[in-house]
Design a protein around this ligand. Structure first.
Ligand code: TRP
Length: 336
């Protein structure tokens, strides 16, 4: 059996670039790995390292779950669960926080980047944001994960996870399995519709540059029709000189399964209005069935909660013996 573990924060607005570039490739990895048992965790306790509006966070958790299920994760075979529904994560996260020198956390580049954006960060940034990689280590190590597919920005956190596992094992005896980092291959990289030299972003305050998975048909069409292009009126692929048109070609190709070359030969002289209209049609006919599935999960909250609670119960069965073992080895008051 190969255990594949990944986590997804329920904070930002997932968009079509996330679906094509990471959610579907993740799904493929799971499908193509013989004996895969995948754990997909909705990282809500990571989300609260930064202040969240309670109602918004709660509905985002369900929305992310519905997105993953609509993408086709087989929740009977694999485990989809919210982090907060399994208390072992925070518990073992605390054990690791006590084992991890501050210097290790100080070196994390993601924290350095995040804190630099906040003025007077010593007062404004939470201790949780600083210690967050120890919670992430617990997520991974509780399940003896073999493979941890994440984006490049999480590589350092997975390496720290290995350091924490080794430290625990050398202090208290072999307990945690050292995981393998696995980079998500970004097969489809999409750019911002308004600033096509910048990657499509989940967190940009403005929504005009991305096609969110929850956008209405009208919104999708408007965003594509208003996307920034150039004045040449020639549909051709040239990422340097024609980033806007090239990005629309990438989107069109990804959702229609046609090659960029074929699309260029069809639309070369068609004019940008016609081209954009057809890109919008293709995106809409790709996303509509996906959104129908997503909305079906969201409209039956009781069933969605049943799926997540069942996932959490199955996760707990695996994580709890490990939690008791680690706590007992550290000398805590544990009666098995
Ligand atoms: N930290 C990850 C992110 O921000 C999410 C995450 C939480 C995660 N726990 C994880 C990813 C465990 C992989 C494994 O994207």
């Amino acid at each position: 059996m190969t255990r594949i573990f990944t986590g997804l924060q329920p904070t930002n607005t997932l968009h079509i670039g996330n679906l094509l570039g990471s959610i579907l490739p993740w799904q493929q990895l799971v499908t193509n790995t013989p004996d895969a048992e995948a754990y997909l965790m909705i990282a809500d306790q990571h989300a609260i390292t930064i202040k969240q509006e309670s109602e918004v966070l709660h509905s985002k958790i369900l929305e992310v779950a519905a997105i993953m299920l609509a993408a086709g994760v087989d929740y009977r075979k694999h485990v989809v669960f919210p982090q907060s529904q399994n208390p072992d994560h925070a518990y073992v996260g605390w054990l690791y926080t006590c084992l991890t020198p501050m210097g290790w956390l100080d070196r994390m580049t993601q924290f350095k980047e995040k804190k630099e954006k906040v003025e007077g960060y010593k007062e404004a940034v939470s201790t949780g944001l600083f210690a967050y990689p120890t919670l992430m280590a617990a997520d991974i190590l509780l399940y003896d994960a073999d493979m941890v597919p994440v984006g490049a920005d999480q590589k350092q956190h997975v390496e720290l996870t290995s350091d924490i596992a080794n430290r625990f094992n050398s202090l208290y005896g072999q307990t945690f399995k050292v995981p393998n980092f696995h980079t998500n291959k970004e097969t489809t990289k999409l750019f911002d519709l308004q600033e096509p030299t910048k990657k499509m972003s989940k967190s940009d305050a403005s929504d005009a540059g991305r096609i969110s998975l929850t956008d209405t048909v009208d919104a999708i069409r408007k965003k594509i029709m208003k996307s920034v292009t150039d004045n040449e009126a020639v549909v051709a692929y040239d990422a340097v000189n024609k980033p806007g048109i090239s990005n629309l070609l990438s989107i069109f190709a990804a959702v229609s399964k046609k090659s960029i070359a074929d699309l260029v030969s069809t639309y070369h002289d068609a004019g940008y209005g016609k081209f954009k209209g057809d890109v919008a049609d293709a995106v809409i006919s790709y996303l509509e069935p996906f959104q129908q599935k997503m909305n079906a999960f969201l409209s039956d909250k009781a069933e969605l909660q049943r799926i997540l609670d069942d996932g959490a119960a199955r996760a707990y069965k695996v994580s709890h013996p490990k939690t008791l073992e680690a706590a007992a080895k550290m000398g805590l008051y544990i009666h098995a």
